[in-house]
Design a protein around this ligand. Structure first.
Ligand code: 5GP
Ligand code: ZN
Length: 114
């Protein structure tokens, strides 16, 4: 049994509001949404963060962004736009140690981020 929260959601051991799943990745709604649409896209295989990323993950990362764009279309975010965010490590506020791309949209956002 994995101790990683997102590995447990991916395996179905913990219920997650899954919106997309394929052999490589899973997308589910954030439990504490920061925007009307807040979806997390994660690799099925455990990867802690971009700090662990190597050449082997390059196609996977492209696929994750492609699925994020597809989900954004499905969520009706095409016109208003959206934000894709990856937090790596403590300074960025990464709170779950399984790589995830945030898809956020449905409201106007500020810049710079907090
Ligand atoms: P981070 O801060 O690491 O970039 O993002 C972690 C995200 O995971 C947060 O937005 C948080 O709300 C979300 N999260 C934490 N625990 C759970 C959970 O059990 N289920 C879901 N769906 N999201 C979670
Ligand atoms: Zn994991």
């Amino acid at each position: 049994m994995s101790e990683c929260l997102f590995c447990r959601i991916i395996s179905g051991e913990i219920a997650g509001n899954v919106v997309y799943r394929d052999e490589q990745l899973t997308a589910f709604r954030d439990i504490n949404p920061q925007a009307p649409t807040h979806v997390l896209i994660v690799p099925n295989e455990h990867l802690t963060s971009t700090a662990e990323m190597g050449q082997q993950q390059v196609p996977l990362m492209g696929r994750i962004v492609q699925v994020a764009a597809e989900l954004a279309r499905q969520e009706g975010l095409q016109a208003g736009g959206y934000r894709l965010v990856v937090n790596t490590g403590p300074d960025a506020g990464q709170s779950v140690g399984h790589f995830h791309l945030h898809l956020l949209g449905g409201r106007r956002m500020g810049w710079p981020p907090g």
